[in-house]
Design a protein. Structure first.
Length: 116
């Protein structure tokens, strides 16, 4: 596994920290998530998506359905990426963004970490 890039996006006091990794196997995902959870103990959510050949996984990590992992996954597909893992760590700033705002925030962080 190799960390390619990180990007931090802030909106309405919430902080979204995106991580872009090149991965080889699902075990890499477990190791990265373990590291991120240890590094960001106070984070509310760590939604992610990854693709390794035909293995595809995504999660909203308790955010409203389809507001985080799904947009990240769609971005991976749109860019035709493979062997990639993108996670976005969210620190809640106390102001609700709504489903649309969340989707835009996660998508923006993921686009920026991919430099697109």
């Amino acid at each position: 596994m190799k960390l390619i890039n990180t990007y931090t996006y802030e909106i309405k006091k919430s902080k979204f920290i995106a991580y872009y990794y090149e991965i080889e196997k699902e075990e890499d995902v477990i190791n990265i998530l373990s590291y991120l959870k240890k590094e960001h103990k106070k984070a509310r959510h760590i939604p992610y998506a990854y693709k390794i050949d035909t293995k595809i996984r995504k999660t909203d990590d308790k955010e409203p359905s389809n507001t985080a992992g799904t947009p990240i996954y769609h971005l991976i597909e749109k860019q035709n990426l493979n062997h990639v893992f993108i996670a976005v760590v969210r620190y809640f700033g106390g102001i609700k963004l709504g489903a649309g705002g969340l989707t835009r925030a996660y998508l923006n962080a993921a686009k920026e970490v991919l430099n697109i």
